[in-house]
Design a protein around this ligand. Structure first.
Ligand code: FMN
Length: 413
């Protein structure tokens, strides 16, 4: 029988100088917003924090999808199915996430999507979002249904790349006034949204009697009572209204949008915009190869594959899944971006790998806004850029152009 020799770990009495480093406490962060944001390590964390900071009806408006929310769920399910395949032997420790968008430098392949009524998320609204985007070096898109005017938003983001999202109005004089104001304020591009012939049915908004200014039902009053900070900020800043339209006009009235908006968009409308705007025209809301081709034929400078974050046609195609089909026919003729469901740097890497020039984010920056105003939006952009950079390092892709289809596989489940 063999006996094994037992090794013995030498022991000693604990000494103060060895214990000391373990007993040091971190300095307490006194600023509540900074403390809140520091705890958020992902967009999902920010979503959880954001939800607690706004009345329920505001949360439902921002978070919700249309009808049965199939498109909204499928957007995420598609990103969850992504497998990222490394080429680790080509890795670099510090990949470059910078790119060009519409031919101009962007610090990252990210654009802030247009969102209506942004000041509901936080009283600093569009100003804060545009300023954070400018600071981060990425474009910001102001919605036609913004709660801050075209000029005031641009003034809050000096040096920023601002785009204006147009909803064509039946009365083209109103749209021409928007274009003139955007031109005057130095906006770089127009984004024409084409997937809103009518507004999607968001059931919770209907149940909540959601409106601007908020309707005071028992349900909304209860929600407001639980958020005195949000209410106080809204009541002590400029009134909530559709700020791209003249005050008091029927355009500025809630519930009028479907009637006043052009409901029969045709390729000729893209030609019309190109005639009246001497910068790029991006078309957003593409959900089929045919529409993509028609837009390119009509002179669109870039496309956004989008199902509006699952807020319009329920069961619309998932942009991530549609992308390869569209690129097959559109090729490199125009830049193609996508949105709907992007929540992490890994998601962005997947979209780039499948051929997108960049991604738009909607809800993620609104969550940042709810959680911490401008600093919250900056935190979202920092997180996404950091995640993208780490994903690229681990993938073995030194720059965004080197992320390719070989790095992305859509798993069956
Ligand atoms: C609260 C909210 C308001 C929106 N308002 C607009 C709008 O006014 N115009 C528009 O083209 N898209 C609008 N969108 C859609 C976004 O531009 C974008 O397509 C969508 O949010 C992307 O999906 P994501 O939220 O999953 O990132 C809105 C989205 C949200 C969440």
């Amino acid at each position: 029988m063999t006996t094994s020799v037992q090794t013995k770990t030498p022991r000693q009495l604990p000494r103060w100088r060895d214990l000391e480093p373990f007993l040091k406490t971190r300095p307490v962060e006194r600023d509540a917003t900074a403390r809140r944001l520091a705890r958020c390590l992902s967009v999902d964390d920010l979503e959880r924090v954001a939800r607690r900071r706004v009345p329920g009806a505001v949360w439902d408006y921002v978070y919700g999808g249309s009808d049965g929310e199939h498109a909204m769920a499928r957007n995420r399910a598609a990103f969850d199915r992504i497998e990222l395949r490394p080429t680790a032997l080509e890795a670099v420790a510090h990949p470059d996430v910078a790119t060009t968008i519409l031919g101009r430098p962007a610090a990252a392949p990210i654009v802030l999507a247009p969102t209506g009524y942004t000041r509901l998320s936080h009283h600093s609204g569009e100003r804060a979002a545009a300023a954070a985007a400018a600071e981060a070096g990425v474009p910001y898109t102001l919605s036609t249904y913004a709660t801050t005017s075209i000029g005031d938003t641009a003034a809050a983001a000096p040096g920023g790349r601002n785009w204006f999202q147009v909803y064509l109005m039946k009365d083209r004089a109103v749209t021409l006034a928007h274009l003139a104001e955007a031109r005057e304020a130095g906006y770089e591009a127009l984004m024409l949204t084409v997937d809103t012939v009518v507004t999607g049915m968001k059931r919770n908004d209907k149940r909540n009697g959601f409106a601007i200014p908020p309707q005071l039902t028992a349900r909304t009053l209860a929600g407001l009572a639980r958020h005195p900070g949000w209410v106080g900020n809204i009541l002590t800043t400029e009134p909530l209204r559709f700020a791209t339209f003249p005050e008091g006009s029927r355009y500025a009235r809630w519930g009028m949008s479907n009637e006043l908006r052009e409901q029969a968009l045709r390729p000729a409308d893209i030609n019309w915009l190109k005639e009246h705007w001497d910068g790029p025209v991006v078309v957003k809301g593409i959900g089929s190869v045919g529409d993509a081709l028609a837009c390119v034929g009509a002179g669109a400078d870039a496309l956004v594959l989008s199902n509006h974050g699952g807020r319009q046609l329920d069961r619309a195609p998932v942009p991530l899944e549609l992308l390869p089909e569209v690129l097959d026919v559109v090729g490199g003729r125009v830049e193609t971006y996508l949105d709907s469901g992007v929540r992490s740097g890994g998601d962005i890497a997947a979209a780039l790998g499948l051929g997108a020039r960049g991604v738009l984010i909607g809800r993620p920056y609104l969550y940042g806004l709810m959680a911490g105003g401008q600093r919250g939006v900056a935190a979202v952009l920092d997180l996404l850029v950091d995640e993208l950079r780490r994903a690229m390092a681990l993938l073995g892709t030194p720059d965004v152009a080197s992320i390719g289809p070989q790095h992305v596989r859509l798993r069956a489940s």
